[in-house]
Design a protein around this ligand. Structure first.
Ligand SMILES: NC(=O)c1ccc[n+]([C@@H]2O[C@H](COP(=O)([O-])OP(=O)(O)OC[C@H]3O[C@@H](n4cnc5c(N)ncnc54)[C@H](O)[C@@H]3O)[C@@H](O)[C@H]2O)c1
Length: 271
């Protein structure tokens, strides 16, 4: 018996990274999944993976900056599978990067549109469908960058921070309808968003990211998929309005460093 038997999910950004890993995980646990993304090739590949795992899955090309596309994706779920239980707002980009004084208004708006406005649409259009079936689970990928700002990623940090409070606000509004609203705050997860175009590619990122946090390995999409599964399943039925941190411990603020020799470190002026 799968943890999501009989449930229907829509996942945005499901052609790659965390969304793709989550689509596969949900399929393995018995959910029917509508995978959505801008990337049709990756989306169709991901659908084939879900089918190979015995799941029911379809791809719907969706630009999350389009209100109509998000409505259509949710419509596809109810038309194809008869209901909607789980909405995972996950699509993302790094967006506007660089010093704040060099960020253009256009790049700021594009970042907020993909990262935040899309989440509002995902919530707005999934809630009525979840009410019809007596409840549901809305999940969003925020970030540890939404808990502590990251320099040169101001628009991203602002959008992710806003997701944390949007999650709380909407959780209050829909709790009586047995609809739960939670977000996940990943730390450094080795996905194309991070390793695309970086030195050493995926392997180089794996090694660099292993040094970032107390648990000495990079995060993997499956780490996030496991949390999404928990939040989607009835095991978390009394959990709402939360920001679940999945980050190898990086949000402690304790960046891992070389173990110093044991001893006493006195005033710095004494050397
Ligand atoms: N990788 C990390 O370290 C990290 C950390 C914290 C949060 N996140 C967040 O996790 C989420 C998933 O990212 P990922 O790391 O798996 O990256 P990814 O690039 O592997 O996946 C993101 C997916 O979103 C899709 N996408 C982008 N813009 C879109 C749009 N307008 N409409 C529809 N789809 C669109 C991309 O095509 C891609 O398939 C994002 O919200 C990201 O901000 C990532």
């Amino acid at each position: 018996m799968g943890k999501l038997n009989g449930k229907v999910a829509v996942i945005t950004g499901a052609a790659s990274g965390m969304g793709r890993a989550t689509a596969l995980r949900f399929s393995q646990e018995g959910a029917a999944v509508v995978l959505t993304d801008l990337n049709s090739h990756g989306g169709e590949e991901a659908v084939a993976e879900c089918a190979a795992a015995g799941g029911k899955a379809v791809f719907q090309r969706t630009d999350v900056t389009s209100e109509a596309d998000i409505q259509a994706a949710i419509g596809r779920a109810t038309r194809e599978y008869g209901r909607l239980d789980i909405m995972y707002n996950n699509a993302g980009v790094a967006g506007a990067v660089g010093p704040i004084e060099k960020v253009t208004a256009q790049d700021w708006d594009r970042s907020i549109s993909v990262l935040l406005r899309a989440v509002f649409f995902g919530m707005k259009y999934s809630i009525p469908e979840m009410r019809k079936v007596g409840g549901g689970s809305i999940i969003t990928t925020a970030s540890v960058a939404g808990l502590r700002g990251v320099g040169y990623l101001a628009a991203y940090s602002a959008a992710k921070g806003a997701i944390v409070t949007l999650t709380q606000a909407v959780a209050i509004e829909v709790g009586h309808d047995r609809i739960r609203v939670n977000c996940i705050c990943p730390g450094g997860v080795n996905t194309p968003l991070v390793h695309r175009g970086t030195r050493g590619g995926q392997q180089g990122a794996e090694e660099r990211m292993a040094k970032m946090q107390p648990i000495p390995r990079a995060g993997h999409p499956e780490d996030i998929a496991n949390m999404a599964l928990f939040l989607a399943s009835d095991e978390s039925e009394w959990i709402s309005g939360t920001a679940m941190v999945v980050d190898g411990g990086v949000n402690t603020g304790n960046i891992r460093f070389r173990v110093p020799e044991a001893g006493f470190s006195g005033p710095s002026f004494e050397r």
